[in-house]
Design a protein around this ligand. Sequence first.
Ligand SMILES: NC(=O)c1ccc[n+]([C@@H]2O[C@H](COP(=O)([O-])OP(=O)(O)OC[C@H]3O[C@@H](n4cnc5c(N)ncnc54)[C@H](OP(=O)(O)O)[C@@H]3O)[C@@H](O)[C@H]2O)c1
Length: 279
Amino acid sequence: MPNDLRGKVIVITGASSGIGAATAEACAAAGMTVVLAARRADRLEEVARRCRQAGAASGGQALVIPTDVRSDAQVEHLIDLTLEKTNRLDAVFANAGYGLCASVVRTSPQQLHEIFDTNFFGTVRLLRAAVPHLIARGGGHLLICASVVSKVGLPMYGAYSATKAAQDSLGSALRAELDAYPITVSTIYPIGTVTEFTKVVGEISHLPHARPNTPSRLAHSPEKVARAIVRCLRRPRPEVWPNRPVRFALAIAIAFPRLTAWAMRLIMRHRYQKTSTVV
Ligand SMILES: NC(=O)c1ccc[n+]([C@@H]2O[C@H](COP(=O)([O-])OP(=O)(O)OC[C@H]3O[C@@H](n4cnc5c(N)ncnc54)[C@H](OP(=O)(O)O)[C@@H]3O)[C@@H](O)[C@H]2O)c1
């Protein structure tokens, strides 16, 4: 029997836009109480309004708790306040993150620390804060937003790919470590998704004309990722691939590293060689 999500509570980081916001709406429509966390409080309030509308028929509710995932204290407060206000916790979705477009050699140590602080340590902070409460309450679900680039590092996105690979490893280790407890750990592997991601890459990398990595005909919507996540909440599984053919393409890429190196060289040559400084 699939899990009944009505009345269950999920905390979602990075809920002010993109995949996080779409997932919040889909969870609210399924009858969950969604706790929305990100830095921009005004955007969270807008998402909360949409969640309340989406959840009107199913009892879905929304709560806004502005949070910066780079702060231990704020992430602990997010979990504590969720428990205080809702008196339960069933799932957390570590989704907050951003990308950086720069060659490995030209990524400064500070940029590297900053991107790991949000994407990787932000995930660690959320999971560590949530796990003891989930265990004490009899179980729950941890979801981590990795990416297809966690499996094969993308040229000019080396630092970003490394954060996603780190999240991926963390998820599989945690899955085994928590095996004795009624806790599911699910890792999500979206491909290019139409969100504010590329705009933020442009701002952070000082590239006003940054373009999405995935051709638009292959990119999917955040709603498609959100639907896959709700299916996973209903029927828990270790991995969520919103685009299944990509999973098989990546299996081939891992099995044939020379082919992968050739494909990555092509991407580098055609997209970046003429316009980017590598060293
Ligand atoms: N879009 C893609 O092509 C794609 C593909 C694979 C994986 N992903 C992953 O999907 C996740 C969501 O990205 P998206 O595509 O939905 O991009 P997005 O629209 O830019 O959303 C990113 C979210 O992360 C939040 N965030 C960033 N830094 C934060 C911080 N320090 N504290 C709290 N929240 C923070 C942002 O909110 P505030 O700015 O309000 O804090 C925003 O809500 C990321 O982990 C990304 O790596 C994206």
